[in-house]
Structures are given as structure tokens and as C-alpha cells.
Design a protein around this ligand. Structure first.
Ligand code: SAJ
Length: 430
């Protein structure tokens, strides 16, 4: 068993720290946020993830996991801090990674291993983390080990995927890679794949999410084309996917979460070869505008209308609203209505479109979410933007009674078309 310090106790760091602790390692979870540290020390878990509360409490109760606001010496340091994208420049902000490496450097002893799990542009482990660690006088790849081991877990299924997913590990040298493999072998049940170097591991992680983003962009473009030809895009994609070498993803209201909308930008960070990948990002971000076009086609204009958005979680079954397509659509509706010439001339300051938000899983108090009844009451149109299972069983006739219009856009194909048609609310599908 090893001593481990996990840096950053968020979506990835906290379950990772608890996992190593529950497998018998001595783990210290470190975070720069004092408030978070004291919450965790009293057993409070902010992150809403199935099974996480009990899993972390098990680790804390056994004292295999302790949470601290100071960095201890440890045989393994695992960096799981955020690497946000600057929206304007589309470049990564590595300050949390730099700060973590600078905090680790003075604690390093010969034989220790530093593992970067945060998603980063190719080359970051070697060009950013390595020189900061080497301020300690140690040399990465000689007397201390340094690797990139990206996380690959899906929010909503993190604890299971931590053990069941394959891992990729790339060290600055073979000794580094072997040191990390020994550690992850303690709980990973799948294959651990070793890469020739850290940059390859960084690159592989990014092309996985970029593949998914570009594939969804293709599905979204297919959906728009299918509408022009009067073809059902979902049925067409399902039939196309019966071919053994075709795997087209599902169209929708755009792509949310903290990975797919960001990682393609990291891939092109220090290269000018990005072309289709950037365009795919635009296609996915442009879906909100396409949905407003559909609404305008059905309503004439969105100005002075009430639109109910059902779903602000970025995908079904989670309460996470990061980069939410539903919230993006709400902004797009306001922008489109504000740009109507008649509205531009208005001076009363009232919002030209009324947007109500509903989500059965999101608890964020800052979002002014309404009950389903309130959200759809007197609505001219409703748009389903998240594939929550709760939406599959909505009762169209009771919704029809509350709405004042009859426009329904189902961007996730969750509504039963025949039932909704029978209630005179034939859904427009994306
Ligand atoms: N989406 C579609 N159509 C699809 C599939 C997804 O529109 O066919 C949308 C979702 O609704 C959501 C967005 O894409 O808005 C992203 O959801 P997701 O389920 O594709 O992925 P994430 O962001 O929850 O997690 C991804 C996963 N990466 C891959 O599957 C390659 C996960 O394994 C990674 O660990 C995670 O990114 C990450 O942390 O990088």
C-alpha cells in the first residue's frame, strides 16, 4: 500500500481519492478551497453523483482518506485540478496545474511519482509540469517519476467506470510509466494501456472526446438535411448504423458538459491544422440557433411568446448543468427576440420573450427553475432539451390543457410521437 496525495477534490479528484482509500492506500485529499475542505471533513459532499456520498464517507470513516489544506509528502501525487478554457481565446488556463506542481515540488523525495490526470493540451506534462517540479532539484524521469494518466469516466457513472474502464498511461520514461501502472493496478479491473510518452497519452485522451464531438456534429448536420428531405433522422441513423462499420451518434440540442465542448480546442492548441474539428464545434454550438429557427418557423416569431425549456442538465440522468444546451437555448431565444426590429425600438425594458425552465433533476437554486405545471402554463411552445427518463412519461393531454399554443420541439426524441399527436401536439423532432 502506498501513500498518496490527491490534488483537487472535484468531480474526478474526490472519487479517485476515495477509490484509492477504499482499496487500502493512505490517502490525503488536498484542495486550495478551505470551505470545501471543512465541508468534506464534516462528511458533506457537494457533488451530486450516484453512490458518491456513501463511497466517500466509507473512505473518511475508515480514516484511509483524510482531507487537508496542506500538501504532505507522499509516494504518489495525483493532480486532478480544473483546466478551464478561455472562451475568447479558446486557449487553456493552466494556472491550477501550475499551482499544484509548484505546491508538490518542495515535498518531493527521491522515488516519488507525480501523475497528471487533468485533461490538458498535448505536451503539457513535459513542457509545463516537468520544469516546475524540477525547481526542487530533482529530475523527472531520473530520480522522480512523472506521467500523464487521463481520467475517462462518464459523469453519472463515475464510480463504476473508475474500476471498469481501461486506463492509458504515458510516462516521461519507462520507469515512470511502470510506477503509475503499479498504482492503478490496485483497483482498475480492465486493461491498463501504456503509451510511449506522456504527450501521446494527452493526445489520445483528447482525440477520444473530439471523435465524439465531431461525430455528434455529423449527426446534427444529418438531422438538418433529413428535415429538408422529409426523412426521419433518427430512423435513418439507426438504419445506417446496422452497417458493421458505421456508428453515427445521435443529434440533439448541441453538446454540453465539461469535456466534449472543450477538448477539441485543446487538441488544436499548438497546431494550426485544426479545420473540420473547429467546424464541428461551430455546428454543435449552432444547434441552439437552429432550434430557434424551428420555433420561428412554427410560431412566426419568438417575440412576445412564452417558451418552456424542459431540461437544463447537459444530458439525461444527471443534475450537472455545465455548458448546458438548454441554458444556451434560453440565451439564444433572448438574443434573437432582442434583435427583432420592433423590439430594438422598444424602451419599456421588458424581456421580449418569456422563457421558463424546468428540470426534474437539477437542484441549483440560482436558475429560477419552475415546476412542470408552472413552466408549461400558457406556453406557446415547449422544447425538450434533456433526455431525462422523466420526460418519456409526460402526459401530453394534461400538458395540452395547460399550454396556450401547440408547438412542441423534441430535440432528444424522448416523447412518444403517436401519444403527442393524439393530444394535438405533434412534436417537431431534431
Ligand atoms: N450527446 C449528443 N449525442 C450523442 C451523445 C451525446 O448530443 O449521441 C451530447 C450529450 O447529451 C451531452 C454531450 O453530448 O450534452 C456530452 O455527453 P457525453 O455523454 O458524450 O459525454 P460526457 O461529457 O458526459 O463524458 C465524456 C466521455 N467521453 C467519451 O465517451 C469519449 C467520458 O468517458 C469522459 O471521461 C468525459 O467526457 C471526460 O471527462 O473527458
Amino acid at each position: 500500500m502506498s501513500s498518496i496525495c490527491v490534488h483537487g477534490l472535484g468531480y474526478i479528484g474526490l472519487p479517485t481519492a476515495a477509490m484509492f482509500a477504499n482499496y487500502g492506500h493512505d490517502v490525503v485529499g488536498f484542495d486550495v478551497n478551505d470551505q470545501l475542505v471543512s465541508e468534506l471533513n464534516s462528511g458533506e459532499i457537494r457533488i451530486d453523483e450516484p453512490g458518491l456520498r456513501a463511497f466517500v464517507n466509507q473512505a473518511l470513516d475508515s480514516s484511509q482518506l483524510t482531507v487537508d489544506d496542506e500538501i504532505p509528502s507522499a509516494e504518489y501525487h495525483i493532480i486532478c485540478v480544473p483546466t478551464p478554457l478561455d472562451d475568447e481565446t479558446k486557449r487553456v488556463n493552466l494556472s491550477a496545474v501550475e499551482e499544484a506542481a509548484a505546491g508538490i515540488a518542495p515535498t518531493l523525495r527521491t522515488g516519488d511519482t507525480v501523475i497528471l490526470e487533468s485533461t490538458v493540451p498535448p505536451g503539457t506534462t513535459v513542457s509545463t509540469v516537468k520544469p516546475i517540479l524540477e525547481r526542487s532539484g530533482h529530475s523527472a524521469g531520473e530520480d522522480v517519476a512523472l506521467v500523464h494518466c487521463p481520467e475517462t469516466v462518464m459523469p453519472g457513472n463515475i464510480i463504476t467506470e473508475l474500476t471498469e474502464n481501461e486506463r492509458i498511461i504515458g510516462g516521461v520514461n519507462g520507469v515512470s510509466t511502470a510506477a503509475a501502472v503499479r498504482l492503478y493496478e490496485s483497483f482498475v479491473e480492465s486493461e491498463i494501456r501504456t503509451m510511449v510518452d506522456a504527450t501521446t497519452a494527452e493526445f489520445v485522451k483528447l482525440i477520444q472526446n473530439t471523435y465524439r464531438d465531431a461525430n455528434i456534429a455529423l449527426a446534427n448536420e444529418i438531422a438538418k438535411l433529413a428535415a429538408d428531405y422529409g426523412v426521419d433522422s433518427r430512423e435513418a441513423i439507426q438504419l445506417a448504423n446496422t452497417h458493421p462499420r458505421v456508428d453515427i451518434h445521435q443529434p440533439g440540442p448541441g453538446v454540453g458538459g465539461h469535456c466534449l465542448p472543450i477538448d477539441p480546442w485543446f487538441l488544436g492548441h499548438d497546431s494550426n491544422k485544426v479545420d473540420l474539428i473547429a467546424h464541428a464545434r461551430e455546428v454543435n454550438d449552432g444547434m441552439a440557433g437552429y432550434i430557434v429557427d424551428l420555433l420561428e418557423g412554427a410560431l412566426g416569431s419568438v417575440t412576445e411568446q412564452k417558451i418552456a425549456i424542459l431540461g437544463v442538465a447537459y444530458k439525461g440522468g444527471v443534475s450537472d448543468t455545465r455548458m448546458s444546451p438548454g441554458l444556451h437555448l434560453a440565451e439564444e431565444l433572448q438574443d434573437r427576440a432582442l434583435n427583432e426590429p420592433a423590439v430594438e425600438a422598444r424602451t419599456d425594458g421588458d424581456s421580449p420573450v418569456q422563457v421558463s425552465l424546468h428540470d426534474p433533476q437539477v437542484t441549483d437554486q440560482t436558475l429560477a427553475l419552475e415546476t412542470l405545471e408552472e413552466a408549461v402554463l400558457d406556453a406557446d411552445a415547449i422544447v425538450v432539451t434533456t433526455d431525462h427518463s422523466e420526460y418519456e412519461s409526460l402526459d401530453p393531454s394534461s400538458i395540452a390543457q395547460k399550454m396556450s399554443g401547440n408547438v412542441v420541439v423534441d430535440t432528444r426524441a424522448v416523447l412518444d410521437e403517436a401519444d403527442w399527436e393524439a393530444a394535438d401536439l405533434a412534436p417537431i423532432r431534431v
